[in-house]
Design a protein around this ligand. Structure first.
Ligand code: AMP
Length: 192
């Protein structure tokens, strides 16, 4: 069975078409590259766009959605497997467990939280799977500048930079995943 790529992306239903097209492109490419999708199970915004593209291309869609979102009929009901959980935390844990790799597209707070959680777990070696940030049109440049500042001032080690890959296009996502996941150095500088 193909591996599961976890896609984190926007659920907003008021986005410029270029973002929906990006999600569609990733969903189509993901299947062509031999992957299936695991995601937050929503039908709105880029989340819905990526799921519909995967289905259209003949791939399998696994959604993990909290009950309170599902009851608002915001779930992607055409998913091959839709796991219902109670809390957002449970969902994140299941996504992390089921996925073989992670890619983040542009998004809002929910996506940002997912990105930062995965990086936090990567630096502690709790998660050891490839993580790719699709910095489409420089969307994440301000976040990456903040990351630079954190690193320069020793909030984390320079080697953390090897725990994720930043790419600019869908085509670059899959070679970046194939490059694998470097193990993390110990988080602390002096404490053993
Ligand atoms: P945001 O970037 O704030 O739109 O949040 C999107 C991210 O948070 C997705 O990757 C989901 O995992 C999760 N999320 C937020 N809203 C929903 C929703 N309506 N249905 C499912 N997951 C959601």
């Amino acid at each position: 069975m193909p591996k599961l790529l976890c896609v984190y992306c926007a659920s907003s239903d008021r986005l410029d078409a270029k973002y929906l097209n990006l999600a569609d492109e990733l969903g189509t490419r993901l299947v062509a590259e031999g992957w299936d999708l695991v995601f937050g199970g929503g039908r709105t915004g880029m989340m819905g766009a990526v799921a519909r593209a995967v289905k259209k291309a003949g791939g399998r869609v696994v959604g993990v959605i909290p009950e309170f979102i599902k009851v608002r009929e915001l779930a992607y009901d055409e998913a091959d497997e839709l796991v219902t959980v109670i809390t957002m935390r449970e969902r994140k844990l299941l996504l992390e467990t089921r996925a073989d790799a992670f890619v983040a597209l542009p998004g809002g707070w929910g996506t940002l939280e997912e990105i930062v959680e995965i990086l936090t777990l990567r630096q502690l070696n709790v998660v050891r799977k490839p993580c790719v940030l699709l910095n489409y049109g420089g969307f994440y440049d301000p976040l990456l500048q903040l990351f630079d500042r954190m690193q320069e001032q020793h909030f984390y080690k320079e080697s953390n930079r090897s725990l994720y890959r930043v790419v600019g296009s869908v085509a670059e996502v899959f070679p970046a995943i194939a490059a694998g996941a470097a193990p993390a150095d110990p988080k602390w500088y002096e404490t053993r």
